[in-house]
Write a protein that binds this ligand. Structure first.
Ligand code: ZN
Length: 144
C-alpha cells in the first residue's frame, strides 16, 4: 500500500514540475480565473470549444504542488472530451477527493486516482478541486 502512495506522490510531483498544457492560449473561446485564498492558489484556465467538445484546454497560475498537478492532470483528462463527459468527470473527481468512494471510485478514474489520498487532508481538498471549479466556470461563462 505504501508503494502505491509513493507512486501517486511521484505522479503529483512530476506534474507539478512539468505541468501539461501550461501556456496562455491565443484565440480562446472561454477563460476563467480561480483562486483559493486558504492556500494562495491562483490559476487561469483557457478553453477552445468545437461545438460541445473541449478541443483544447490550457492553464497557467501560481499555487502549491497539489493545485498545479491537479490542473495539469485535469487538462489531460478533459481535452477532446464533451462538456457532458467533463461535468461527469468533475462529479466523480469531487467524490474521490472528499472520500466518497461510491461517487468517485479510484479504479475508474485513471490517473486522477493519484488524488485519492487527499480526502485525509481536508485543507488540501480545495487545492485539488480548484482547477475543476475553474473549468466549470469557464464552461458556464459567456465568452472571454
Ligand atoms: Zn494549494
Amino acid at each position: 500500500m505504501s508503494s502505491l502512495r509513493e507512486l501517486y506522490q511521484n505522479v503529483i510531483l512530476e506534474h507539478n514540475r512539468s505541468p501539461r498544457n501550461y501556456r496562455v492560449m491565443d484565440g480562446a473561446d472561454r477563460r476563467a480565473e480561480g483562486n483559493n485564498p486558504l492556500c494562495g492558489d491562483q490559476l487561469t484556465v483557457w478553453l477552445k470549444l468545437d461545438g460541445d467538445v473541449i478541443s483544447d484546454i490550457t492553464f497557467q497560475g501560481l499555487g502549491c504542488a497539489i493545485s498545479r498537478a491537479s490542473a495539469s492532470l485535469m487538462t489531460a483528462a478533459v481535452k477532446g472530451k464533451s462538456r457532458a463527459t467533463a461535468d461527469e468527470l468533475f462529479e466523480r473527481f469531487h467524490g474521490l477527493v472528499i472520500g466518497d468512494r461510491a461517487a468517485g471510485d479510484p479504479e475508474t478514474l485513471g490517473k486522477l486516482a493519484v488524488f485519492s489520498g487527499i480526502s485525509a487532508y481536508p485543507a488540501r481538498v480545495k487545492c485539488a478541486s480548484l482547477p475543476w471549479h475553474t473549468l466549470k466556470a469557464a464552461l458556464e461563462g459567456e465568452g472571454c
